[in-house]
Design a binder for this molecule. Structure first.
Ligand code: SIN
Ligand code: FE2
Length: 221
């Protein structure tokens, strides 16, 4: 190709960041990976949240988490003064959590495959809602029964700075900006790395409004 069209493509190639960024030996940020699913995903997410609304949970240490939580799938993650655990029932209603919608499962399975984890079979999707100022302290995801499966994390709405640390709480974390539609996958040797989210900055996202919603898919049971 030559002429103005070729230049246009060359410029595009220079300006577009790589779609898949490796952030650990077996960890990737998949930029915009969720965007093709958004139109199917949002109505399903609304149905899930109508059945199991966001609620603020208390940690075993007695702190109220700044992110509000819900879940869908066979197992949902909960915390209270007795500890962290997965449960088949939503503690607010004592009913099973909403089923994991097909669009969410397909997105998670295909993101995992893109990051090198075939046969991902998530049975839990934790839904976190962050309003500006809300954050998630550094932690490991370790309430799952085994760590063979990766964690697949989908970001929607306001941007966040994701902290991706090492295997020790004190290891200096990488700071990674995450935007609407980005997916992070960590597994294998990186499965137990510490991670968290810095306080969300004020803002209004054109589709999601003044909030960030994060979905994390795991094989918990
Ligand atoms: C989590 O670690 O459960 C949430 C991570 C995120 O909100 O990006
Ligand atoms: Fe986590």
């Amino acid at each position: 190709m030559s002429g103005p069209t070729a230049d246009l493509f060359a410029d595009d190639a220079l300006q577009q960041p790589p779609r898949r960024e490796q952030i650990g030996e077996q960890s990737y940020v998949l930029r915009g990976f969720a965007l093709p699913w958004i139109d199917r995903l949002l109505p399903e997410l609304r149905r899930v949240l109508a059945q199991s609304p966001f609620r603020q949970m208390v940690t075993p240490g007695g702190f109220t988490m700044s992110a509000a939580l819900s879940s869908c799938g066979a197992l949902g993650w909960t915390t209270d003064t007795h500890g962290y655990r997965y449960s088949p029932l939503d503690p607010s209603s004592q009913q099973p959590w909403p089923a994991l919608p097909d669009a969410l499962r397909e997105l998670a399975v295909s993101a995992a495959a893109d990051a090198g984890f075939s046969d991902f079979a998530p049975d839990a999707c934790l839904i976190n809602r962050y309003v500006p100022g809300a954050k998630m302290s550094l932690h490991q995801d370790k309430n799952e029964r085994c760590y063979n499966a990766p964690v697949v994390s989908v970001s929607l709405g306001l941007a966040a700075i994701f902290l991706f640390g090492g295997h020790e709480r004190g290891d200096k974390p990488q700071k990674i900006s995450l935007f609407h539609g980005d997916v992070v996958v960590w597994g294998g040797v990186d499965r137990l790395r510490f991670h968290g989210v810095m306080p969300i900055k004020e803002g209004v996202h054109p589709i999601m409004g003044p909030q960030r919603i994060n979905l994390t898919f795991r094989t918990a049971g």
